[in-house]
Design a protein. Structure first.
Ligand SMILES: Cc1ncc(COP(=O)(O)O)c(C=O)c1O
Ligand SMILES: Cc1ncc(COP(=O)(O)O)c(C=O)c1O
Lengths: 145, 405, 405, 145
């Protein structure tokens, strides 16, 4: 599925709920289900400082696609992380770089991404795009050889 | 007579909705809301009095200077300072403490000197002293506390024996609510000729301060945590110290005479007030202090104690709740966690229900480290809060806890 | 279209009487009055947005943080900073310069280092550098000026050859009105790898500032001299300097992690913003900058030039008048004396006629010493002043001069 | 004349004028007429710092009375000084100490004595009373011997 397809899918999943409380319940469930990051990556090296909740992120590049795993110590943050991983993990670097996240507005999660939510998500997204950038450069250079 | 409804009426910010729910504002230890009188005072200032002060001979400048110096006298009387010029206006408690640390430090620190703080300081009353110690290759001594959040006075005595150049203690802990026995601690320090700075940021809105009775050498607070505007605070200092201390910032009114070779400095309090002062905020602070005096510390304390006791009792019924800060002498601050729920998650859901609490380390990271937790959820009450709000809050905590466990 | 009446309507303080006479306010270089929009912005903030920022997860805190950071972005765009985090909010120009002097000083000064200023600095851009030199046993170099109040660029070149660690110059002199050729002076300093701080306190209300075009390393101003509230100002600094400089004050948001042994500091801009920031004043400053942008620097400059030229021509007819500051590039500031009349006497009588001017040394004592006078009478104009007010003023000066001679 | 008599006299002199401008004209005239302080006392030693206008004050004690001379570089300040000297010079220390200056309110000169008029007058009055205090102490001590 393309990133847009996944975003549409997520939007649908949230659209069935009117109430914020149901949306957050869903988010919490998704947070609980998030496949954990490999324990050896849960180190300061992979930590993205978010002031209140911590986020760990790991990225690998396999067959032209970026594989992300991540974790957080707060479950709502994990919930959003799980959305981001669904969208970005397994995608091509250029698709990640071209994607936008405005659909989160529509589903009522925008303020979780506000610059001062202190949950580290914005830094995490920046970091994901940075990884995509690096992998893209790498593969560009390699294909030039 | 304490009339809660009449008090609430004075605070426009209390009557808003967030996410379509009536706001329950329990983040008062971070900053309080402001009574209309302060908003109107500021507006009046800019409409009819605005002027740069102290050196203008024209009418507006004269009037504004008069009002500004009257605010100083009022602040002095509010905390019972001996002289008005012992009141140095700053932009807040943090600046007041930095001023004291910088100037007192330059006067007193020698290589290897030590400074004594407590285990429950806000970063603003910890890091300035720590950095001063680093600069002078000195030693930061820390008075420990127990699991309830009470200072260990035994250990304090022993640490005093190391003759720190100054003791810096918080009157009331913003993270735990503990009210420290500052008067006793000051006496103990003075017995060894050690001066004491009291961080009163969490005290001034809740309890009467008498700097002569406390006999503290310095006292600092911010207006914005006591119903006043942002951008004003003060450092009280005993005249003998302020006279002896070198200035902190340079320029403007703090100068007496300047040539390229040499500058001499103005008398107290101007020596420490560089640049155009924040007249607006100082007048707003005066209005806030008058609001507190008119309401009465006793009435405030009685009401807030009621809120504290009620909220503590209600919250205690929630399974898995853990309170941080259980000293018998406690301000209207409740720091807690529920089971393993992350404070950020709890705070986020409470927010969605219209409840403003603070989550995290509350700028007191060493306190969190002591309890080995990432942070707490903190509800802090002001004079305008109600038991009805507490009911809403407790129900919301229960609901959130259910969602998260 | 520039509509003077419409502009005056926005300023309630202009429409008062003092001693029963309509106020003529010509003390704008000390502080300007504030448009209604600012008074209302502050009121709105306290009614609907008030909160402590940056670390609160609740709605009000989120909104206030958003607004505060938007104000930073706007300020950055207003002076064309490359990055928003190059804007450090301070309580004013004096604090901004003290911050730069302290932190840059600690990074760069060595025993015997020199610092270069000019002969026309406000104490706020002189004494911090002078005291820094004293601390490091260094040398304060002073670029001289001529009788018209113009910098001697020849001498400046030679002084630069002494390789001062920094040059600190005022963009516009508050005492003389001189607009210095800062862009040229910066280029000359950069040719020798010397960074430059520009004191923009008297510039920001009158002329467009482009820090990238100037290529200045630091730029400082206060909001209250540019239609904004007291208690806000900023230090712009090039990222590379701000990154390298040590923090100034400690506590609050500027901290990253704290233990008793060690503290690490937050990233830019927070590293330099200790304590609860003055959200109200920063939002007020944004509103003021928007007022200036909407009015337009060109329209402002055209109008103020007209006032300056008109007032200068009218005053010139008074026998015995002496002007201080006659540089061709001049802001709307007129410093003068009449015969041997003491400026205090003149100012006192003008005040009685409802006219607010400043008298004295204008915190630029070295300028007064240069001209060997005790002080001047200074009339300074803002966008809302009128030629009619100038007529009233000139007639009053004549009357007072007659009484005093 | 007693201090009160002099104050009444001064009040009368000012009472004939309604307009501030005439009052200030009178003040300026009085300022011009002020008998100058002896040049050798016009030194930093006798300077009372007033930020904007300078004030020099000299005091002597002769036959149980305080003799003040003073000067200022600003003529309005001199005008008020001349009033103060008329009142206090030649008076007994205790009379000076017991006097008050509220009559200046009535004649419309109050704001010249406001704490921030920057003209040094308030400091000058303080200094005059200080001299009176010192001379009183001195004579008390001497009469005790
Ligand atoms: C105990 C204590 N000290 C100092 C401060 C710093 O106050 P401000 O941020 O207003 O300077 C605070 C505020 O959080 C506090 O709670
Ligand atoms: C040229 C100049 N620099 C600095 C300042 C200091 O500004 P503030 O007092 O607002 O800090 C002033 C204000 O008088 C000024 O005119």
């Amino acid at each position: 599925m393309t990133i847009t397809d996944i975003q549409n899918k997520i939007s649908e999943e949230f659209a069935v709920f009117d109430d914020w409380i149901d949306k957050y319940n869903l988010l919490v469930e998704m947070g609980k289900d998030l496949p954990l990051i490999d324990a050896r990556y849960k180190t300061n090296n992979h930590l993205i400082s978010g002031c209140q909740s911590k986020v760990w992120l790991h990225a690998a590049y396999e067959d032209g696609k970026v594989i992300f795993t991540a974790d957080s110590d707060a479950v709502i943050t994990r919930g959003i992380i799980s959305l981001l991983i669904r969208m970005y993990s397994g995608q091509k670097p250029e698709d990640i770089l071209n994607s936008d996240l405005s659909f989160l507005d529509d589903i009522g999660l925008k303020d979780q991404l506000s610059p001062n939510r202190s949950n580290g998500l914005l830094s995490m997204i920046k970091q994901m795009k940075l990884y995509a950038q690096v992998f893209k450069l790498k593969s560009d250079t390699e294909s030039n050889h | 007579m304490f009339d809660l409804e009449a008090i609430r009426e004075q605070f426009p910010a209390l009557h808003q909705k967030v996410y379509n729910k009536p706001l329950v504002y329990f983040d008062n230890a971070a900053t309080t809301h402001k009574p209309l009188a302060i908003i109107e005072r500021i507006s009046h200032y800019y409409r009819c009095e605005n002027s740069n002060i102290h050196r203008g001979v024209h009418y507006l400048s004269q009037q504004a200077t008069e009002a500004f110096e009257e605010a100083r006298r009022f602040a002095a009387s509010m905390i019972n300072a001996v002289k008005a010029h012992e009141i140095i206006f700053t932009k807040g408690a943090t600046e007041a403490i930095n001023l004291a640390a910088h100037s007192f430090g330059r006067m007193r620190m020698k290589p290897g000197s030590s400074i004594l703080v407590t285990a429950m300081e806000h970063h603003s009353n910890l890091v300035p002293w720590q950095q001063l110690c680093l600069e002078y290759n000195g030693k930061l001594l820390v008075t420990p506390m127990d699991e309830l959040g009470q200072i260990d006075l035994q250990a304090y005595t022993q640490l005093l024996d190391q003759q720190p150049v100054i003791v810096a203690i918080t009157h009331t802990s913003n993270a735990l609510g503990t009210i420290n026995p500052v008067k006793t601690m000051i006496r103990m320090a003075h017995d060894r000729n050690i001066p004491v700075l009291v961080d009163g940021a969490q005290a001034i809105a809740h309890t009467e301060i008498d700097v002569q009775d406390l006999d503290c050498d310095f006292f600092a607070f911010s207006a914005h945590k006591a119903y006043g505007p942002m951008g004003a605070g003060l450092l009280y200092g005993k005249e003998k110290w302020l006279e002896a201390m070198p200035p902190y910032q340079f320029g403007g009114e703090m100068v007496d005479s300047v040539s390229f070779d040499k500058t001499t400095f103005n008398v107290l309090p101007f020596k420490f007030e560089a640049g155009t002062p924040n007249v607006e905020a100082v007048l707003g602070m005066e209005t806030a202090l008058r609001f507190i005096r008119n309401t009465g510390y006793e009435a405030i304390a009685t009401h807030e104690k009621e809120l504290l006791d009620y909220a503590t009792a209600q919250l205690s019924q929630i399974p898995g709740i853990r309170f941080f800060g259980q000293a018998p002498e406690k301000a209207s601050v409740i720091s807690f966690l529920i089971g393993d729920v992350h404070p950020f998650d709890l705070g986020t859901l409470l927010d969605k229900m219209g409840i403003a609490v603070r989550t995290g380390h509350h700028c007191a990271q060493t306190v969190m480290d002591f309890f080995n937790i990432p942070g707490t959820v903190r509800a802090s009450f002001a004079v305008y809060n109600t038991t009805h709000e507490i009911d809403t809050f407790v129900a919301a905590v229960k609901k959130a806890a259910l969602m998260l466990s």
